[in-house]
Design a protein around this ligand. Structure first.
Ligand code: UFG
Length: 319
């Protein structure tokens, strides 16, 4: 297929673009490099630097589908600067959808998030559970999910939203390298590398077994494969929504211990207050995508997720 990958110079977008190229697709990456890196665009993909708000000319070249990753994705930042999140995540995506419609592009696979659920009433979370986002980030992604349902019903768009839980790990040389890193695993590994003195542990008074937050960590390679399945499953006039996670929770303390085991290095921890907006436990039920699309994680172990992230970080630093 001829595919446009927006945000394909970012962490998850670059892994999906790499897998699409490996599968023999004709891949164009559209990225404004606001947070991505040009050298993360995989070999074999064409790179166009530009914004999703101005993709009409490019889409008019003719594409079979768009895989849409380009977004602002930091929960905390979204609380401080909501306007930017609504403009980019909702405004940008609506502009992209209109441009797709004008160009006759029939399919979209959209990066949605567990943040649409907010503080869950129960775990594991199913797709039919209430959506009560606790941040403008989650709210802006949920608004896009709503728009996709409308576009599917009105215009026959074939749409799939994938609601990611905590994505981690690396795929070959493709790994997380944000200028401002907020995510747990890369931050802990930076301490092991000696790039940070200690890791801050945000809160030890949560109602969990060891008092720290519990999350569902999914290998980026497993997440990426779900996009290839979603692309095949796209049906005109239908908007499908799937959670993506392993279905197993690990506490922040457990993650830090696994990082110590994998790296064999000391990782000092400084306990701090809770980070605003963090739910105590987020664990996915991914039964729907397993049942309907036959998706199955191949690297579900936290050990292998951390080991792959660690190897890619060492490789990037020439170590
Ligand atoms: N944490 C720390 N110290 C750090 C970083 C994180 O203790 O230096 C804790 C957080 O408080 C949280 C857990 O580690 O309890 C995981 O935090 P991340 O920032 O790695 O991930 P989040 O769960 O906050 O967010 C991720 C994605 C969001 C998505 C969300 C949905 O980054 O985009 O999962 O589950 F919306």
């Amino acid at each position: 297929m001829r595919l446009l990958v927006t945000g394909g110079a970012g962490y998850i977008g670059s892994v999906v673009a790499a897998q699409l190229v490996e599968e023999g697709h004709d891949v164009t990456v559209l990225d404004d490099l606001s947070t991505g890196h040009a050298d993360a665009v995989p070999e074999g993909a064409r790179f166009v630097r530009g914004s999703i708000t101005d993709a009409g000319g490019l889409l008019a070249e003719g594409f079979d589908a768009v895989l849409h990753f380009a977004a602002k994705s930091l929960v905390g930042e979204s609380v401080e600067r909501p306007g930017e999140y609504w403009a980019c995540n909702l405004g940008g995506t609506l502009a992209l959808l209109e441009a797709m419609r004008a160009a006759g592009v029939p399919r979209i696979v959209f990066s949605s998030t567990a943040a649409v659920y907010g503080e869950p009433e129960r775990v594991p979370i199913e797709e039919t559970d209430p959506t009560r986002p606790a941040s403008p980030y989650g709210a802006s992604k949920l608004a896009v999910d709503t728009a996709l349902t409308a576009f599917a019903g009105l215009y026959g768009l074939a749409a799939v939203s994938l609601r990611y839980f905590n994505v981690a790990g690396a795929y070959g040389r493709f790994c997380e390298r944000h200028a401002v890193e907020t995510h747990l695993i890369p931050n802990v590994l930076k301490v092991a590398l000696g790039e940070r003195e200690s890791v801050s542990l945000f809160g030890t008074d949560y109602p969990t077994e060891d008092g720290t937050c519990v999350r569902d960590y999914l290998h980026v390679a497993d997440l990426a494969r779900a996009h290839l399945l979603a692309l095949r499953a796209c049906t005109p006039g239908t908007h499908r929504i799937y959670n993506l996670g392993n279905g197993t929770g690990f506490s922040v303390k457990e993650v830090i211990d696994v990082c110590r085991e994998v790296t064999g290095r000391p990782i000092p921890v400084v306990v701090g207050p809770r980070r605003p907006g963090d739910p105590a436990v987020l664990v996915a039920s991914a039964e729907k995508i397993k049942r309907e699309l036959g998706w199955k994680p191949e690297r579900p172990g936290l050990h292998e997720i951390v080991a792959d992230a660690w190897e890619a970080m060492l490789r990037l630093r020439g170590a």
